[in-house]
Design a protein around this ligand. Structure first.
Ligand SMILES: [Zn+2]
Length: 66
């Protein structure tokens, strides 16, 4: 597996993968993760990627209806 989110892999991307994060709105940050937000594909930064992952984990771990 290559490093998809750093080094050579992102050199070919526009602006080296930097842009505005669709979730936190931070500018000039590396937006290397593509996720679906409300049915639309959005590019987000690694922090938001982690946050979304966490939310999903929490939702999955939480007991259903109580
Ligand atoms: Zn972000």
């Amino acid at each position: 597996m290559s490093k998809a989110h750093r080094g050579k892999g992102i050199r070919e991307l526009a602006a080296h993968g930097r842009g505005k994060c669709a979730r936190c709105g931070k500018d000039a940050i590396k937006t290397l993760y593509e996720v679906e937000i409300d049915g639309a594909k959005a590019k987000i930064c690694k922090y938001c990627n982690a946050a979304i992952k966490n939310e999903k984990k929490k939702a999955a771990a939480a007991p259903a209806a109580e």
